[in-house]
Design a protein around this ligand. Structure first.
Ligand code: XMP
Length: 508
């Protein structure tokens, strides 16, 4: 991509993705990089501006994250937000101290100077403040730009360089004129051209794919998830007639899901291969109860089935993947402990004879992939789909997976999703889990000894942490009644009231 870029240097702030999104909404392409990125690396990327995010640390503590000091001499405009502002101050000879009165919430802010950063924003505005430290003395050649009642220096700039700091968060919605401020930074200070839009992105990627693959054939493993589906739709526009999509039905999909995926691609000029491998997968995990072992076996089998199918399409010279930007960052930088092995992030063996990999979504964030999917005419049910684990329902059945248990779970899960979807309750991910516990119940005059089903609904923005959703009792009552009446094999329903941590979202 030859768009102008803004780099967002990540100091651990919770709003980094939001900043990236706002910048893109202003028509400028942005990427998030770790705070350790060196001045040399940045110079090579040549962004038109750099934004330092907030972060949870205090700049004056020993192990507080610091950036490469060389960044301040690159001549590239910088905007530091919250911790980012304090770091600019600290690294350039100013002082940051603990606040006498911390500020949290929407605070009244007074702009002291008419600066390019503010343009014609009114003098008194309300911005989100959330800090326990503040700038108390500015570096020599810096000038204050704004204050609040409890924060004497709520914004500053370097007198002779385009380096700015703001204690407030212009990126959040509740900040008044936040978008205008970012817009001013991008257009007036960084001289952005506004050369980024989703339509441009699409047109450029189509062109790039055509250049890359020429008249060769491409193969794509389609999981039915958002990323691979959007990738397939994009490629079907770019190289009609040259794409084979292999959809492996491992038998662990939700009710009607495989048919829906097939239907979504029915009208496109692609070779859609649906492989029913459910027998194969069930056999591979027969008798397996350990969650990690289950995940690994499903993952390995997936690769084997894909390889077997790919061999039948040896004319394909390129492998397409729906890799998106967060995948790139995670696979390169994330050294955290393995809690669960996500089988769809492992990659495929290299002995399939492909000459190249096609990844047209590599620069995008999830919400942008969804937007692109809508532009490409994919149905809402696919584009807005909740995350669904690669191993599917096999890890939502605790203990051994059998066909009978899969059928029970599919029906119960469909009822829960239908009722929650119809209600006004809000949850970002929701599904049912078939526990391995059976208990005694009574139905009519008869004793039953059936499974306990757990309902899980969570609120989260990043799926790294979550809170359980506070679903109304009326909804839970209806779901419980419908499932116990309509699904044979379940006589008890429980609602999972744990957050993450300490639990995870999935049970296995
Ligand atoms: P956990 O259970 O780790 O899940 O809290 C976090 C999010 O990731 C989803 N998840 C997966 N997604 N492949 C995926 O693509 C997987 O193997 C996988 N396992 C969990 C989970 O649904 C939740 O949204």
């Amino acid at each position: 991509m030859d768009n102008q870029k803004v780099v967002i240097l990540d100091f651990g702030g919770q709003y980094k993705e939001l900043i990236a999104r706002r910048v893109r909404e202003c028509g400028v392409y942005s990427i998030i990089l770790p705070y350790q990125t060196t001045a040399k690396e940045l110079a090579e990327i040549a962004p038109i501006g750099i934004i330092f995010t907030g972060g949870p640390n205090s700049v004056y503590t020993e192990d507080a994250p610091q950036c490469d000091a060389g960044i301040f001499t690159l001549g590239i405009p910088i905007l530091g937000i919250c911790y980012g502002m304090q770091l600019i101050c600290h690294m350039n000879g100013g002082t940051v101290s603990a606040c006498k009165t911390s500020e949290y919430g929407r605070i009244s802010l007074t702009l002291e100077k008419r600066d390019e950063l503010f343009g014609d924003i009114p003098e008194m505005i309300h911005m989100l403040m959330s800090h326990t430290d503040q700038v108390t003395a500015l570096p020599g050649n810096y000038i204050p730009l704004a204050h609040t009642h409890d924060c004497a220096i709520a914004a500053f700039r370097c007198a002779d360089q385009p380096i700015y700091g703001v204690q407030f968060h212009p990126e959040v919605e509740i900040s008044e004129y936040g978008t205008e401020m970012l817009h001013n930074f991008l257009y007036t200070i960084c001289h952005a051209k506004g050369d980024y839009s989703m339509a441009d992105y699409l047109a450029r990627q189509i062109e790039l794919v055509r250049q890359q693959v020429g008249d060769q054939h491409v193969i794509l493993g389609l999981s039915g998830g958002v990323d691979s589906s959007v990738c397939a739709a994009l490629l079907s526009s770019a190289i009609p007639g040259q794409l084979t999509c292999i959809y492996i039905d491992h038998g662990f999909m939700r009710k009607n899901e495989s048919d829906e995926v097939e239907a979504a691609f029915a009208g496109r000029d692609i070779d859609f291969v649906r492989v029913d491998a459910s027998e194969r997968f069930l056999k591979r995990i027969k008798g397996i109860t350990d969650p990690e072992e289950k995940r690994k076996r499903v993952g390995n089998e997936f690769v084997r089935v894909f390889q077997d199918e790919a061999k039948k399409h040896s004319q394909a010279k390129f492998l397409a993947q729906g890799t998106i930007y967060p995948d790139v960052v995670e696979s390169g930088k994330n050294k955290s402990a393995v809690i669960k092995s996500h089988h769809n992030v492992g990659g495929l063996p290299e002995d399939l004879g492909f000459v190249g990999v096609v990844e047209p979504l590599r620069g995008l964030f999830k919400d942008e992939v969804r937007r692109l999917g809508r532009m490409l005419g994919l149905p809402k049910s696919l584009v807005e789909r909740q995350p669904f684990p690669g191993p599917g329902l096999s890890i939502r059945i605790i203990g051994e997976v059998t066909r009978e248990k899969l059928d029970i779970l599919r029906e119960a899960d469909a009822i829960f999703r239908e009722e929650l979807g119809r209600s006004r309750a809000k949850a970002d991910q929701f599904f049912a889990v078939l526990t391995n516990t059976r208990s005694v119940g009574v139905m009519g005059d008869f004793r039953t000894y059936d499974y306990t089903l757990a309902l899980r609904a969570v609120c989260t923005s990043d799926f790294m942490t979550c809170e359980f959703a506070h679903l109304p009792y009326s909804l839970l009552t209806k779901v419980s009644s419908r499932i116990t009446n309509e699904v044979k094999g379940i006589n008890r329903i429980v609602y999972d009231v744990t957050s993450k941590p300490p639990a995870t979202i999935e049970w296995e």
